[in-house]
Design a protein around this ligand. Sequence first.
Ligand SMILES: Nc1ncnc2c1ncn2[C@@H]1O[C@H](COP(=O)(O)OP(=O)(O)OP(=O)(O)O)[C@@H](O)[C@H]1O
Ligand SMILES: [Mg+2]
Length: 251
Amino acid sequence: MGILEVKNVGKRFGGLQALGDVNLSVKENTVHAIIGPNGAGKSTLLNCLVGKLIPDTGSVMFDGQSVLGRKPYEINQMGISRVFQTPEIFGDLTVMENMLIPCFAKRDGAFSLNAITSVPSETDVIEKAEAMLVEMNMADKRHMHSASLSRGDKRRLEIGMCLSQEPRLLLLDEPTAGMARADTNNTIDLLKEIKDQRDITIAIIEHDMHVVFSLADRITVLAQGTPLVEDDPQNIRGNPKVREAYLGESA
Ligand SMILES: Nc1ncnc2c1ncn2[C@@H]1O[C@H](COP(=O)(O)OP(=O)(O)OP(=O)(O)O)[C@@H](O)[C@H]1O
Ligand SMILES: [Mg+2]
């Protein structure tokens, strides 16, 4: 039994069956990669896991509790944090100010913009944010405007913001998309450290196979909204079904 159990999940957008009949079991303290061609339904599936979308059919259980029908912040409180496909940091705020938001939100249970003004007097919140910046190796960038960070550092900040909420399950939607190779390798190293040093399960959507094979313990290949194969990385490489799914994309 996995910490995350997805059973028979389907999601339709008008005439389009974005997810057919998805079954997925993510084991605790592993890195599970979900790969597949563009439009396969990967982000739709993640949206169903975090309360952004409600599937038409099926169930999603996290640690024995259903996530369906819960609001995103409630799912967050259950121990699931997500890094979105498009970075979700505030470019006008400094690195430290961005980090303060989830550190405060965790304590209060819900995100509130009004809360930001009261943060500076909250020593514990500031200490927590500072500690997380140190852990993310970003303490020297604390006063920088977040918009001016490199793509890799934006992701690093975002991942730190998620970790400050002490999730048991971290979901990452293409964390290295659009990155230069050096930034990608830094992100791989960061995720390896997180995997080794924390009691955490990671589910990652990723197009870059170098990232997938560097990190994943298990891989699910999604094609046209349906899992095609779920297997260990060594069996995914060279699997003709997987090759066909990707060749179909470029044909
Ligand atoms: N809100 C929506 N309304 C209508 N169609 C949608 C919506 N969201 C996604 N889709 C469609 O559902 C299908 C799956 O999209 P999804 O974004 O989940 O794919 P993906 O595997 O994440 O692709 P990519 O690798 O490009 O990020 C696509 O055909 C997409 O156009
Ligand atoms: Mg996507």
